[in-house]
Design a protein around this ligand. Structure first.
Ligand code: WT7
Length: 650
């Protein structure tokens, strides 16, 4: 890659057009996709394009129709039948990969395990038999609440094998978030661990499950993987040890033929209300979307060692730690630990140890690495790397350039991939063997997709102007619906514009067709790439006896991208002070999880509201960011602003 000298001020130079990086001719000549005609061909007949991608999978029965579109509900590959676990395991056994590493596991304490495709077959079919034995049937839901250990993908694939629907809850979520998600899914079985590691300390995983299941009526069995040896209680008749069940389980379990439209999983994500929504992904469309994009965006080759650092509990982990890589017969690294434990070079140590060739991580991590200093990556051998990826939030050009220089050694292309839990698959990204990249831009929509930037009336805005990011035609990885709530699906994604999917993001398309993502326009906040709704945090705050009213906003943060700031009014019974602030922060962490802990909590006599009673978040955001106050003419109680501002700048 060649680059030109950095512009002095990137933040003002959003269109850092002079800053363009081209893939080396070596990379280009070896890339999976070398011919830019793929864009034109896909455009000419996009359904045919998806047909050809779908043909790369193994189908029990070929589909009759590529797409059936009915009032914003899409059905992909109608009439087709396949099994996702078969596609991720069995077919590789006959294609010369049975002795190839499917999963390389690196535990936080430094323990390591390698599972070949044959090993994965054995473990998955055994666990599928365990689930069957417990009475889990096609369509039943199974909640998975566990750290990043091989038993998590094993459990996912075992569910997929028998047609059960998994619902993974990120291990960082606390009891109440876990409870809501288990209850909403109506799960029959929970798979979990005794404990987990977090920078050398223990996580009370099983204890959280016990509390979350108080009052639950759907869960019949809890399977517990022995990970840390933590002391836990096993409830007689309900709780069973994974290793004991696996001991006698037979190897081999038929892969249930699933219709392409059958649910593969539910993944809860935050919306604009207090209640998380269960995003539903199908079997056929989702696998076509994730496997094809994985192949072209990450340019995967037979001997690559690919590492996506995301937790499997988020969509990035579902699609690009597990399903995309395994459907391609790739080797995927599963890492349990944190980037700074035991030292700040743990990521680089993992790359050196396994000779990782492709790394996919988040801007928030890159910014933390920048802060920790160049000496950490410099002390490790990173010469195996050939391609880098970024996901989760806009990457600022400074972080992009640091990543390019210190990790990619100015040799590796960077793919900045824009997508969402709902899109299932990467939507906007460069194809590394074709496109030049501009630091800070996610580049352009992948072949077969139609994505645009429009004004509030739905008309495309001229190049260089900001607007709302919309998707103008269906794509295979798209969510099928919101679990048990099709109205919310329609309302959330399809009501803002006619026949266009509204992403909730703001963006600019430049004159070269490059997209520059500018963050959310709704009440969704993005803290270290973790998605949260302001309402969820507000509900957790008002749940505390001291709080009368709360407003939560995302405040710009150097490392996390956004941090949570909360403004509260108190009941007469309580007074504000350091003690209460501590208590409120802890309260939110206990209710939702540590990821939702506010950075700041400010006290105000009243919250600034419009005449119709809506909290003026924009004003609070501006105050929190220390920006100008903007237009306050619609404020009914303007006297509150000065009070707020004083409190804030103190
Ligand atoms: C939101 C989706 C699936 C990715 C993990 C997060 C933001 C994601 C980028 C990017 C700018 C990005 C958007 C999007 N986002 N990737 N490359 N550049 N913004 O998934 O939790 O569903 O959040 O993350 O705002 O709407 P998610």
């Amino acid at each position: 890659m060649t680059g030109q000298p950095a512009k002095e001020n990137f933040t003002n130079g959003l269109f850092a057009d002079e800053l363009i990086f081209h893939p080396s001719s070596e990379f280009k000549d070896n890339a999976n996709i070398q011919d830019s005609r793929i864009y034109l061909d896909a455009e000419e007949n996009w359904l045919e394009y998806w047909n050809s991608q779908a043909s790369k999978l193994s189908w029990f029965k070929k589909w009759d129709f590529t797409l059936q579109w009915e009032q914003c509900f899409a059905k992909w590959f109608v009439g087709g039948s396949l099994n996702v676990s078969y596609n991720c395991i069995d077919r590789h056994l006959n294609e010369g990969r049975k002795n190839k590493a499917a999963i390389i596991f690196e535990g936080e304490p430094g323990d390591s395990r390698v599972l070949t495709y044959q090993d994965l077959y054995r473990e998955v079919t055994k666990f599928a038999n365990v689930l069957k034995d417990m009475g889990v049937k096609k369509g039943d839901r199974v909640s998975l609440y566990m750290p990043m250990i091989p038993e998590l993908p094993i459990a996912m694939l075992a569910c997929a094998r028998i047609g059960a629907v998994h619902s993974i809850v990120f291990g960082g979520f606390a009891v109440e978030s876990l409870r809501d998600r288990i209850n909403d899914a109506g799960s029959k079985v929970v798979v979990t661990t005794d404990g987990g590691y977090r920078r050398g300390k223990g996580l009370p995983i099983k204890k959280n499950v016990d509390k979350a299941l108080e009052g639950n009526t759907s869960v019949e069995k809890v399977v517990v993987v022995n990970r840390t040896g933590a002391e836990i209680e096993m409830q007689e008749g309900r709780d069973l040890w994974y290793h004991q069940l696996m001991k006698d389980a037979p190897i081999g379990c038929p892969a249930e033929p699933m219709s392409a439209e059958d649910m593969l999983f539910i993944l809860y994500t935050s919306g604009t209300t207090g209640k998380p929504k269960g995003v539903v992904h199908s079997s056929g469309g989702y696998l076509v979307g994730t496997s094809s994009t994985f192949n072209m965006v990450f340019d995967i080759k037979e001997d690559d060692i690919y590492w996506c650092t995301a937790d499997i509990g988020w969509i990035t982990g579902h699609s690009y730690v597990v399903y995309g890589p395994l459907a391609n017969g790739a080797t995927t690294v599963v890492f349990e630990g944190a980037p700074n434990y035991p030292e700040k070079d743990r990521f680089w140590e993992v790359i050196e140890k396994y000779a990782v060739t492709i790394m996919y991580t988040a801007p928030t991590a890159i910014r933390a690495f920048m802060k920790w200093g160049d000496q950490w990556p410099a002390g490790r051998d990173l010469s195996s790397l050939r391609l880098l990826g970024s996901v989760g939030e806009p990457i600022n050009p400074e972080a992009w350039l640091w990543y390019h220089k210190n990790i990619g050694k100015e040799r590796c292309p960077i793919v900045d991939t824009w997508w969402q839990t709902e899109t299932g698959q990467i939507m906007v990204s460069s194809l590394p063997g074709i496109n030049a990249t501009k630091p800070g831009s996610a580049s352009m929509p992948l072949p077969g997709l139609e994505i645009d930037v429009v004004d509030p009336a739905g008309n495309p805005v001229p190049a260089g102007n900001s607007g709302l990011l919309v998707i103008k035609r269906p794509w295979p990885g798209m969510l099928s619906t919101v679990y048990k709530d099709p109205e919310r699906y329609l309302e959330q994604y399809w009501s803002r514009f006619e026949n266009m999917y509204f992403t909730g993001d703001k963006a600019v398309k430049d004159k070269d067709g490059y997209f520059w993502m500018l963050g959310r326009v709704d009440d969704v906040i993005n803290v270290s790439g973790h998605r949260m709704s302001t309402m969820e945090v507000e509900s957790a705050l008002v749940d505390h006896p001291a709080v009368a009213e709360a407003a939560v906003i995302g405040k710009s943060h150097e490392i996390k991208g956004q941090a949570i700031s909360a403004f509260v009014t108190l009941r007469d019974t309580h007074t504000f002070g350091d003690e209460l602030v501590k208590e409120l922060k802890a309260h939110v962490a206990t209710k939702i999880g540590a990821l939702a802990r506010p950075d700041d909590i400010f006290h105000t006599a009243e919250l600034p509201k419009t005449r119709s009673g809506k909290i003026m978040r924009r004003l609070l955001r501006d105050i929190a960011d220390g920006k100008a106050l903007g237009d306050t003419s619609t404020l009914a109680n303007p006297e509150t602003i000065s009070g707020l501002k004083e409190n804030y700048t103190e």
